[in-house]
Write a protein that binds this ligand. Structure first.
Ligand code: AMP
Length: 450
């Protein structure tokens, strides 16, 4: 199937062709016609499947007719993090360049004044994180009664971040006759409940998890002792001739220390994690996208869902604790048909995590290097004998805090309730006929027509 076969306008087809795409991905082929028919939709799909365009493209055509009124956005897209919201905005710019639609991005961590001005002019598309949206809503700056399309993206991530009550609240402020599209990588019970409550006779679409199904990513485990990790990483970067890579760590301090260490060794690297302010995070990301730096050391929270083209390698400097995070991490490479490699460092302490990952992806991962007696792990247990004080308690894992911003996002996001559900591998592409049964900081409002 080609894009031309799914009834998009000529302007959109031109923009899609210029973006370099001929064929819709499975989620796009399945979802776009449903959105065009104004159906509610539940789509089980992750980032990397092309899901963003599956709602952005038909939304542009649907919204092409009609005019925005002051403070009354015509459509609303809810995203769990600022980065994802910004990425969706980029998609609107890319595909909407031949339309005269206006858009506003409401995210925490940037000045509210310009966002309010944009809203007052009237916007066709409002992309927001729930906290900032609620804030402006409570201040009477937004009316949601004219909002005819609602997209709840990354619903399971919203759940992780404690946003579901906000979303429920927002849903009650929109007209009941609206069209609602819900995207989620998994369908834990609270998300199903949300769908049952706020969607009307939805079409159900499910596509395969990209990373587990993605044969473009070669995956390796690397046995290593904690003390040797940095050295092994530098060796791998050299031997792999890694042109660029995202390097994941489980803790913010590790991100910081590793970045400093890489820079000391002459590598062009940067870092992103939840403690870094939004403007700096965005700058680091841009530097990585532009090739000003080659290596981005990152935490899960900051890097989840990021869409950077041409990432040749992912290194898991720390094996992730949650198998789902593994899938998200390695999915940063091998995107849009390109080849990629993912190396995961494994210490003795990580064996259980690796077992869970292999269970989830349904495969044994190739293991490199022999299992060494872990010198550092021995050291950690030995200090008492040598009269040293017990090791300082380790820093806690980073919590998902992107939504946190100076009074803008709801405090609940600062103490997220991590409700993890074990995702089930999905079949290739399932469409249910009967519906559900079971420019960054500073870039705010853009008229993206030419
Ligand atoms: P997403 O799942 O929305 O994060 O998209 C993942 C990546 O796929 C992005 O880099 C998109 O630009 C790219 N993409 C979207 N649609 C297509 C398509 N039809 N063909 C190839 N790549 C696509």
């Amino acid at each position: 199937m080609r894009f031309a076969d799914i009834g998009l306008s000529d302007e959109l087809l031109k923009a899609v062709t210029e973006a370099g795409y001929d064929e819709p991905t499975p989620i796009q082929a399945a979802a776009i016609p449903q959105v065009q028919m104004m159906r509610d939709l539940i789509a089980i799909a992750q980032t990397g499947t092309g899901k963003t365009a599956s709602f952005v493209l038909p939304m542009i055509d649907v919204l092409a007719n009609g005019r925005a009124r002051a403070r009354m956005p015509r459509s609303l897209i809810l995203e769990p993090t600022r980065e994802l919201a910004a990425q969706v905005a980029e998609n609107f710019e890319k595909y909407g360049k031949y339309h005269k639609l206006s858009m506003a991005l409401l995210i925490g961590g940037v000045q509210m004044g310009d966002q309010v001005k944009a809203l007052e002019k009237g916007v066709d598309v409002l992309i927001a994180t729930p906290g900032r949206l609620m804030d402006l809503f409570e201040r009477g700056k937004i009316l949601l009664t004219g909002c005819e399309m609602l997209v709840i993206d990354e619903a399971d991530r919203m759940l992780d971040m404690g946003f579901i009550p906000d979303i429920e609240h927002i849903c009650t402020k929109l007209p009941t006759t609206r069209q609602t599209l819900l995207f989620s990588a998994t369908m834990p019970p609270p998300i199903k409940k949300l769908a049952d409550k706020f969607l009307s006779n939805p079409k159900y679409i499910e596509v395969a998890r990209p990373a587990t199904a993605n044969t473009n990513i070669e995956q390796f485990l690397v046995n290593v002792t904690p003390m040797k990790k940095r050295e092994v990483l530098r060796d791998l970067i050299r031997s792999e001739k890694a042109s660029n890579a995202i390097i994941f760590c489980n803790r913010k301090t590790t991100v910081r220390e590793l970045n400093t260490s890489l820079q000391r060794h002459g590598l062009r690297s940067g870092e992103i994690h939840g403690d870094i302010d939004q403007a700096t995070r965005q700058k680091q990301l841009e530097a990585f996208k532009n090739g000003d730096i080659d290596f981005l050391v990152a935490s899960d929270v900051a890097a989840r869902g990021l869409d950077v083209k041409g990432v040749s390698h992912v290194f898991n400097f720390d094996a992730p604790w949650h198998p789902d995070d593994y899938v998200h991490r390695i999915g940063r490479t091998g995107r849009a048909g390109a080849k990629g490699k993912a190396f995961t460092f494994v210490t003795k302490a990580d064996e259980e995590a690796i077992e869970n990952i292999e269970k989830l992806i349904g495969n044994k991962i190739v293991r490199l290097g022999k299992v060494e007696a872990p010198a550092a792990e021995k050291d950690e247990k030995a200090p008492a004998k040598r009269g040293r004080k017990a090791a300082a308690p380790k820093e806690k894992a980073e919590k998902p805090v992107e939504a946190k911003a100076p009074r803008t996002e709801k405090p609940v996001a600062e103490k997220p309730v991590r409700v993890k559900s074990e995702p089930k591998p999905a079949p290739e592409a399932v469409v249910g006929d009967e519906g559900w049964n079971g420019p960054m900081p500073g870039f705010l409002s853009v008229g993206f027509g030419s």
